[in-house]
Design a protein around this ligand. Structure first.
Ligand code: ASP
Length: 366
C-alpha cells in the first residue's frame, strides 16, 4: 500500500529529477494529447473476439483495466478447443505444456510475467499475482509453479485428447533437426520448416504463418479515463525445445503498455518479436505520433530488416513466418497489422465486437 507520504516523496522525486533534466522531455508522455473522455476500446488477436467483448463488459461492471483484460483472456485459457493457449495448448517436444504470459497495468506502471510454467491453466492470473505480490517482474519454470501454488492455483494436467493426439502424430514424424542448428548453419542453412498441414494445421491459430502451428492471445484496453492495460498469454510455439520461452512473457516484446501513450501486443514467431523489442517499439512509434496501425507496420518493417538468415526467408527474401501486432492508444484509436495479408484482429468498442482486417506488408506468401 502506498501512503500519502510515499506519494508526496515520489512526486517530489520526479519533480526534482525532471528539473535536473534526468528525464528527457519526450518521456513525459504524449504532450499533444489532451484526454477528455475516451470510448472504452479493446483490441485483441483474432481468437480474442469473445475476450475483448468480455473485457469491455468487465469495465462496465466496474473492473479495472488490468482485471478486465485478464478476465477476458481467461476465457481462452480455459477453452480446451483453443490449442494455442492455456488448457489444451499444444505441448513442447517432450509432450509437456509450458505456458508463457505477461501483463502491464498502466496507471500503477505495474508489470508481471511467468515463463515456461507447467500445470497452471490460467498463467495470466499468475502473472497478475507476480505483479501484485512480488518485488519481481518475471518468474519461470518450477519456481513460477511453486509461487502459483503458494497463491492458491491448482496444478492440473493441461493436455486434452486432441492436443495429445496431435503431439503423438508430430512425434511419429519428428525430425531431430527441427529446431537445432550447427554454428556454420546458423546463417546459411536453408530451413526445412514444414507446412501446417504436416502438423494437422489448426485454422484457429495463426496458420497463415505458413509453418509450425502457432497462436496466442493478446488483449489491450483503454477505459473512459484513458487508463490502459495489456496482457498476452500462450502455450507458445508447438513442439518447441523444452524450456524455450517466446515473446509472450517478455515485457516489451509480447506486450507493452505505457499509460501516457497506449498499449501493444503480438502473436506469431516470438523470436522475431524478441529480437526487435516488438511491442515496445510499437508503443514508442505511437509516442512519436503515429497512428496505431502505422506503428504496428513500422515495427514489422524492423522484423523484415533483421531477418537476414536464408533459412528464415522465402524465395523472395521475405520472412517465411508470420507476426501480428495489435495496438490501442490513449485516445481509443486502434489498429492491427501483420507481415502477410489475410490476418484479422478483434476489436470491441461501443457495444460492438467484430473482426477487422489487419494492415499488412506483403501479399500472402506462396
Ligand atoms: N508468439 C508466440 C511464441 O512465439 C507464439 C504465437 O503467437 O504463435 O511463443
Amino acid at each position: 500500500m502506498s501512503t500519502r507520504r510515499d506519494f508526496i516523496r515520489t512526486s517530489a522525486g520526479v519533480g526534482a529529477s525532471a528539473a535536473l533534466g534526468v528525464f528527457p522531455k519526450s518521456l513525459h508522455g504524449a504532450p499533444h494529447v489532451v484526454i477528455r473522455r475516451v470510448t472504452p476500446t479493446c483490441v485483441a488477436s483474432a481468437n480474442g473476439l469473445g475476450a475483448a467483448a468480455r473485457a469491455i463488459q468487465e469495465l462496465a461492471d466496474g473492473a479495472s483495466t488490468i482485471e478486465a483484460v485478464v478476465r477476458g483472456v481467461n476465457l481462452v485459457e480455459e477453452d480446451p478447443t483453443d490449442t494455442s493457449v492455456g488448457f489444451g495448448g499444444l505441448p513442447n517436444a517432450d509432450g509437456v505444456v509450458q505456458l508463457d504470459s505477461s501483463l502491464m497495468h498502466g496507471p500503477t506502471r505495474g508489470a508481471g510475467a511467468v515463463g515456461a510454467i507447467e500445470g497452471i491453466k490460467r498463467p495470466s492470473l499468475v502473472a497478475l499475482d507476480v505483479m501484485r505480490y512480488t518485488d519481481h517482474h518475471l518468474l519461470v519454470g518450477e519456481g513460477a509453479q511453486r509461487f502459483a501454488v503458494s497463491m492458491g492455483h491448482k496444478v492440473e494436467d493441461l493436455m486434452t485428447e486432441e492436443s495429445r493426439r496431435r503431439w503423438v502424430e508430430w512425434r511419429a514424424q519428428r525430425d531431430e533437426s527441427d529446431f537445432y542448428l550447427t554454428p556454420d548453419q546458423t546463417g546459411e542453412r536453408i530451413g526445412r520448416m514444414r507446412a501446417p498441414e504436416d502438423f494437422g494445421g489448426d485454422p484457429r491459430v495463426d496458420s497463415h504463418d505458413g509453418y509450425r502451428p502457432q497462436g496466442t492471445i493478446n488483449c489491450d484496453i483503454v477505459d473512459s479515463n484513458g487508463d490502459i492495460s495489456s496482457v498476452t498469454t500462450t502455450s507458445g510455439m508447438a513442439y518447441k525445445v523444452p524450456g524455450r520461452v517466446g515473446d509472450s512473457p517478455i515485457i516489451g516484446a509480447g506486450q507493452y503498455c505505457d499509460n501516457d501513450v497506449g498499449a501493444a501486443g503480438s502473436t506469431g514467431r516470438g523470436e522475431a518479436v524478441i529480437k526487435t523489442c516488438g511491442s515496445h517499439t510499437v508503443v514508442e512509434m505511437m509516442r512519436s505520433g503515429m497512428h496505431p496501425t502505422d506503428a504496428c507496420l513500422e515495427a514489422l518493417r524492423r522484423i523484415v530488416h533483421v531477418t537476414v538468415e536464408p533459412r528464415l526467408q522465402d524465395a523472395q527474401g521475405r520472412p517465411n513466418f508470420g507476426v501480428n501486432y495489435y495496438a490501442v492508444n490513449k485516445k481509443g484509436e486502434f489498429g492491427g497489422a501483420a507481415l502477410f495479408a489475410g490476418a484479422r484482429f478483434a476489436v470491441s468498442v461501443a457495444g460492438n465486437s467484430r473482426l477487422e482486417d489487419s494492415a499488412y506488408l506483403f501479399e500472402r506468401s506462396q
